[in-house]
Design a protein around this ligand. Sequence first.
Ligand SMILES: [Cu+2]
Length: 505
Amino acid sequence: MTYLIAFAIIFFLAVIVVQIGKLTELAARIRGEEVVERSSSNTQGIALVVFMVVFLVGCVWSAIYYKNQMLGYGPLTSASAHGFELDGLFNTTLFFTGIVFVITHVLLFWYGYKYRQKLGGKAIFFAHDTKLELIWTAVPAVVMTYLVAGGLITWNNIFPTLTAEDKFLEIEATGYQFAWDIRYPGQDGKLGNKDFRLIDPGSNSLGIDWNDEASVDDIVLGGSDKILLPKDSTIKVRITAKDVLHNFYLPHFRVKMDAVPGLPTSFIFTPIKTTQEFREQLRAYPEWQVPADPAEPKGKQKWETFEYELACAELCGKGHYSMRRIVEVVSREEFDTWLAGQKPFYATNIRNTDKDPWAGKKLFDYEIKARGFELRSAVARYVDDTTGTLSSVINLEHVFYKTGSSDINDDLSKHELANLGTLMGRFPKLRIEFAGHTDNVGDAATNMTLSNERASKVRDYMIAKGISADRMVAKGYGQDEPLASNSTAEDGEKNRRTELRIISK
Ligand SMILES: [Cu+2]
């Protein structure tokens, strides 16, 4: 019904327009056609000139008025090293296109006025003018060559070739509908391999290859975490996409590159201002000295709430806008501290699950470091404790045995035992017991023997490393002191353990 009414309205409007047209024609015939046409030509010619002036003045005025809000001008100068050259390129282009813009608009509207219909006016026809053709071919050709060559030189300058010897931080951004996964290399500085065939939406959405040891310390940021970048460091972003085209865009750093499924791209840039420094830069301008939230005039000012941002600059679907992420640039020291505090994806999601190719085979550097710190602080805490409330039992999590035997797996256990040796040196009054425990699989007496043997092997190991035998005792508890119910494989694993029990300190 609504459509029908709308159609009827349009139809009747069309009829009215046609009728008015016929009436005007009749009126013109009565008054003399030429006079009417000439007077309307005059009015239109003058209107064209007025429009030209208002339009051009408006263009210049708005450019000046909004100067401090535009990237590249006022406080919004580049936050990356290469950005200044890129802005220069844009300004050069703007200079030439600006000249052409003004000239063509002046001519367009001025000729509209100059050649309006006049009494006795006659058109001139000319088919060819070599000089004119030469000018309008040669001038644009020279200007275009200059701009294109300048663009190519700038592109080569801002896109250095990095070799393995160069120091840079390589991170990876994977776009998908509708977020970015940002991966950082861990302590080794290397991003591990990926293979799309390994993608598993539940446990490995990026398809990281855990067999590659460079992968196990990689850090994957959650969908809404701030992206931290260190100031004054060369950053290479490896850019990929999983579904459709996205675009990795950091406007303040003049970084913009397509994220193409199946075709990794990259961008290299160096942030030169921390978020805080950029805010200070904005602070000097009145446009930024206004309340960030107009509803709260006494709240924070606009410059105080400024954040760098990552946006997707490709219309990739209806949730496109939600790909915005906050980017924070901090000092190198702050960045290193932050990165060291991030848990590797492998450690929290893959380690010791059935997806872990390294379970029981290898301990990684960051695990050894973290465990060393844990053991040292646990012992030191107990020794320094004056309240007497701390437990004297510390689980030796990194002491492992060969399967079904009491022989120590030296490769996996040496770090834990070396740390323990150092602690025995640091706290010379420490007397300890090694307490062996098993799960409840098999016969209780056999388990008792096994736990006894295992505890003794640890003691022997420490004696061989030079720790005095009278400071250590070894005792087996078999399956008598389980930590968990033994009903699942994981519980069994918890129960099979060697403890350090501090006898005196
Ligand atoms: Cu997108």
